[in-house]
Write a protein that binds this ligand. Structure first.
Ligand SMILES: Nc1ncnc2c1ncn2[C@@H]1O[C@H](COP(=O)(O)OP(=O)(O)OP(=O)(O)O)[C@@H](O)[C@H]1O
Ligand SMILES: [Mg+2]
Length: 458
């Protein structure tokens, strides 16, 4: 007997990755878009959340396209958290791309190229297409072969005759080598429900028909089982695809490159896409929209730490905002007055004034002790950490003095400390110890200033 062992269907230990914002499930607003103090993993910061709520409502109604939203506030006040919440509220249908200002600097690609690509990834295109297809359960299949033109000892498929069955009718069709080949390659056999595109001849294997003899007899089978289709074998079906402008650019670029090389190697990697290709895609998309075949879903491009962008990048974004196909752009920054990168000009937030002028600014405020405590509680639950009451209090106290970011990290460190000491719960001693072992930003700055002369300077 073969040695087969059945394994439990779920693995015993699951690897969980806990990111800094995994506890954020949404903006935590009620139906009238008022913030509920603690909801969806969000605590306090009501004004910013309500502002973001309005923005989400307008995005969903398609009224905000081409606008810029700025999230401004001191470090650790939840700017990134709010952007994450916005993406959760928008749902899966709205593309949301998150990048950092520093990502535009690459030695291989132009800044504007990186930004154009990011922008195009944020614009969803829903394409509706009516296509004629032959669809049915394959009841007989007969593949004719012929000798290979260059090698008579080898046989190649020449044509195929197949019978497709639906609940209404049965139809036999004959097709050429291209379809025969696909049937062999995909391992399609009797009992499979298949779909053949009448125009292009592309064959899709949808699964095994439940009504077929094979479908009835095979108990253990990995193939997906589906019912036998209804209606006629040859029918018009509507297909809906969700793509982004970037996907369409890539598809188009690949078609243009074509040839043997791309067939074997999947095209050249990460080449910049020509402007002509993008223009052709835009033209095509507009045509689809005009004929009712396509719909646009403008998404959101979130650029964290936007003060790292330079004048060139800002001016590009400003121009992009005025074009037709553009997503909603959210910029976050923790700078007050700063130099615009690449210039000597000082400006609020480190952004050009004309950009600020046409943006909506949402400000985030530092947290009070109570809010810090609530956020820590949520983080503790998220990371499955048990805290003693006074440990939580101590953490909140430290948090109000330094930053939320710092205590969120301290929480994980204190939990690790408790675990090393084989304790169930994190106590105040764990918090004190890790607070001594690690520095927050002002401590680090003081320390470095004190020993400046003794450190390496270059
Ligand atoms: N209102 C809130 N409710 C719940 N969690 C929050 C809230 N604000 C911030 N957090 C959490 O606190 C941590 C720090 O916040 P976040 O990273 O969003 O700050 P930031 O404003 O983006 O800071 P920086 O300017 O340094 O980028 C994160 O783990 C975040 O998820
Ligand atoms: Mg941030």
């Amino acid at each position: 007997m073969a040695s087969i062992k059945e394994l439990p269907s779920t693995p015993k230990t699951k690897f969980e990755r806990i990111g800094a914002h995994t506890h954020i499930k949404g903006l935590g607003l009620d139906e009238t878009l008022k913030a509920i103090k603690i909801k969806d993993g969000m605590v306090g910061q009501e004004k910013a959340r309500e502002g973001a709520g309005l923005v989400v409502r307008m995005i969903k109604e398609g009224k905000l396209s081409g606008k810029c939203i700025i999230l401004a506030g001191p470090p650790g006040t939840g700017k990134t958290a709010i952007a994450v919440a916005v993406s959760r509220e928008l749902g899966a249908n709205v593309p949301f791309i998150q990048m950092s200002g520093s990502e535009v600097y690459s030695s291989e690609r132009k800044k504007t190229e990186i930004l154009i690509e990011a922008i195009r990834k944020c614009i969803g295109v829903e394409i509706h297409e009516m296509r004629k297809v032959y669809e049915g359960e394959l009841s007989t299949v007969d593949i004719k072969t012929a000798p290979h033109p260059y090698n008579p000892y080898q046989k190649v498929p020449e044509s195929v005759r197949l019978t497709l069955r639906t609940n209404e009718e049965e139809k036999t069709i004959e097709a050429g080598a291209q379809i025969a080949q696909q049937i062999i390659q995909e391992g399609i056999a009797e009992g499979n429900v298949i779909q053949i595109d009448a125009e292009t001849g592309r064959v899709a294997n949808l699964g095994l028909s439940m009504e077929s003899t094979k479908g009835k007899t095979y108990d253990v089978d990995t193939a997906r089982k589906i019912p036998r289709p209804n209606g006629k074998v040859l029918k018009e079906k509507e297909f809906v695809y969700m793509l982004t402008l970037a996907d369409l650019d890539e598809l188009n670029a690949r078609q243009h490159q074509g040839g043997l090389f791309s067939m074997f190697f999947g095209g050249s990697e990460q080449k910049e896409i020509d402007t002509e290709i993008r223009m052709a895609v835009d033209q095509q998309v507009k045509e689809w929209i005009d004929t009712g075949k396509g719909f646009i879903h403008p998404g959101v491009l979130f650029i964290d730490d936007s003060h790292l962008l330079d004048l060139e990048a800002f001016s590009f974004l400003g121009r992009a905002m005025e074009s037709e196909l553009v997503p909603i752009i959210i910029l976050a920054t923790n700078r007050g007055v700063a130099k615009i990168r690449g210039t000597d000009i000082k400006s609020p937030l480190g952004f050009p004034i004309d950009l600020i002028d046409r943006s909506v600014i949402i400000a985030t405020q530092p947290y009070d002790v109570e809010s810090v405590k609530e956020i820590l509680k949520i983080r503790a639950t998220e990371e499955k950490i048990k805290l003693e009451k006074n440990a939580l209090e101590k953490l909140a106290e430290i948090g109000a003095k330094s930053s939320l970011r710092y205590v969120v990290q301290l929480l994980s460190l204190a939990a690790q400390n408790a675990k090393s000491a084989k304790k169930e719960k994190v106590t105040i001693e764990d918090v004190q110890r890790v607070d001594e072992l690690f520095m927050d930003i002002s401590e680090a700055a003081d320390y470095l200033r004190k020993y400046e002369e003794r450190m390496m300077i270059h």
